[in-house]
Design a protein around this ligand. Structure first.
Ligand SMILES: [Zn+2]
Ligand SMILES: [Zn+2]
Length: 477
């Protein structure tokens, strides 16, 4: 009776009416959390709190909450969550409406209306008459939810597949192929030691660069407020600074680049910041899969589940080069083992089945051939001072220049050797890292901050109306 009277009182006083899709003020003013935010809070409590919540005897509700959050959190980065929340609140949604939508993620306008009837009205501000929200307005809100979704769902599957294939191949190689080539009674100790060193080095080198390409942030315009020397001082580069004899905080590499040519470029696809389209530094492009802009964007790679851009391009290229070398080694050394699998008259003394050796050889032959072509292509682009995107752009600019009887120069092309040096952040004589760092599986920072790049003498930037936009680029592709 009390609760009924209480409810009725609120209903009358605050004007709550489900049939009219009106909500009481206590709803509009209530603070709510999205599932992602609850997960963030739990994550911030550290491993101990998580372990305790899983222990038997803990309150059921804590465990249930943890399981629920683990299962239903869409796995967004904290920065994405903050962006999503502020974008939703800008759409005149009440806090609890924004959170309901973010948690339930309706796919269609009809679904959104069914889940949250009040979405058809904008949150009422004090003293203002209620405003209806039409289907386009609701769709705009659903687009915001979709934009925060992050990288494609197939990405983690590709990464898992790559990890499984690499593990099977490495095991089979060291069990079947390696002993035949380096570990026979007639082999000298020198040959065996070289074999162990070389094989471990190559496997470690491509695994390290793969891991770094996945783990290193590709670099969004909003991430890189740091200058190139600041980036080089990051603890990640402590080891390389020590090896190269650079005291921590020495400020290398030098940033002697021309100022960033922002040229008023903005991204029309990224969420607005304070009502303005976010700025897009030179060489930055928008990835339609990650739904974000990346500095010196090259392409989106499903095998990394991320973009290849300024922050991880060096690792990506070295990963492909080392994996190509590994494939060449397996194909050339693995041929006797492959032939042995075909001879069924002999016993197969290994734990890994015959088919694993066939898989190893065929996979390395097929992937290796493709990888060699792709690595050479990437290195060729590096030598020309281009990214994959810029290669097709520049082709188009060349054509246009030809038609008007002029010559187009790529402003970032400083000469082949110089371009390679820029890319790998060498040599030490120019205040960078020694040449041998290219041969070591070790973290090396990019040469610039991703916003400023060295340019040819006498360069003129491409004006906004001359420039190809991301839309035109996707039309080309
Ligand atoms: Zn963008
Ligand atoms: Zn991407």
């Amino acid at each position: 009776m009390t609760s009924l009277a209480h409810r009725r009182r609120i209903g009358v006083e605050e004007g709550e009416d489900v049939a009219q899709l009106k909500l009481g003020k206590e709803f509009e003013k209530a603070s709510c959390l999205m599932i992602n935010e609850v997960k963030m809070l739990i994550d911030n409590q550290g491993e101990d709190a998580k372990r305790v919540s899983r222990e038997p005897g803990q309150l059921n509700v804590t465990k249930k909450m943890w399981e629920y959050v683990e299962r239903f959190s869409p796995g967004l980065e904290p920065s994405d969550i903050a962006r999503l929340r502020s974008a939703l609140l800008r759409e005149s949604l009440a806090d609890f409406e924004a959170c309901s939508l973010a948690n339930l993620r309706p796919k269609t306008v009809e679904e959104a209306k069914a889940i949250l009837p009040s979405i058809q009205r904008e949150a009422v501000r004090d003293g203002e008459p209620p405003v209806q929200r039409d289907d386009d307005g609701i769709q705009a809100i659903l687009d915001l939810l979709e934009d925060a979704r992050g990288p494609g769902r197939a990405g983690p599957l590709f990464v898992a597949l790559a990890a499984i294939l690499i593990s099977i191949c490495a095991f089979t190689f060291f069990e079947v192929v390696f002993p035949r080539i380096f570990w026979q009674p007639e082999h000298s100790a020198l040959r065996s030691s070289f074999g162990i060193f070389w094989c471990c080095y190559i496997v470690y080198a491509f695994c390290f660069h793969y891991w770094m390409a996945i783990k290193s942030p590709p670099g969004q315009p909003s991430d890189f407020h740091l200058s190139a020397p600041d980036i080089a001082r990051h603890p990640r580069y402590k080891l390389i600074n020590a090896l190269a004899g650079l005291p921590r905080g020495s400020g290398r590499p030098k940033s002697e680049d021309t100022p960033a040519s922002m040229n008023g470029r903005t991204c029309k696809k990224c969420p607005r910041v304070d009502g303005k389209e976010p700025a897009k530094p030179e060489r930055t492009h928008h990835c339609s899969i990650c739904r974000k802009c990346f500095l010196k964007y090259d392409h989106h790679c499903p095998w990394l589940n991320s973009c290849v851009a300024h922050g991880n391009e060096r690792y990506f290229v070295l990963f492909m080069v080392y994996l190509s070398i590994a494939c060449i080694c397996v194909v050339s050394w693995g041929l006797p083992s492959l032939l042995a699998t075909l001879d069924h008259s002999k016993r197969w003394p290994y734990r890994s089945p015959r088919v694993a050796t066939v898989l190893l050889w065929v996979l390395c032959a097929a992937i290796g051939a493709a990888l060699i072509v792709m690595s050479l292509w990437q290195l060729w682009l590096v030598m020309r001072g281009e990214t994959s995107v810029e290669a097709s752009d520049n082709e188009w600019y060349h054509q246009r220049a030809k038609e008007t009887g002029t010559i187009y120069y790529n402003v970032y092309d400083l000469g082949r050797v110089h371009n390679l040096q820029e890319f790998f952040n060498v040599p030490s004589s120019q205040g960078r890292y020694p040449y041998w760092t290219v041969l070591l599986p070790i973290a090396v920072p990019p040469a610039t901050d991703g916003r400023n790049f060295k340019k040819r003498a006498g360069w003129r930037d491409i004006t906004v109306d001359e420039e190809l936009t991301d839309e035109e680029l996707s039309d080309h592709a």
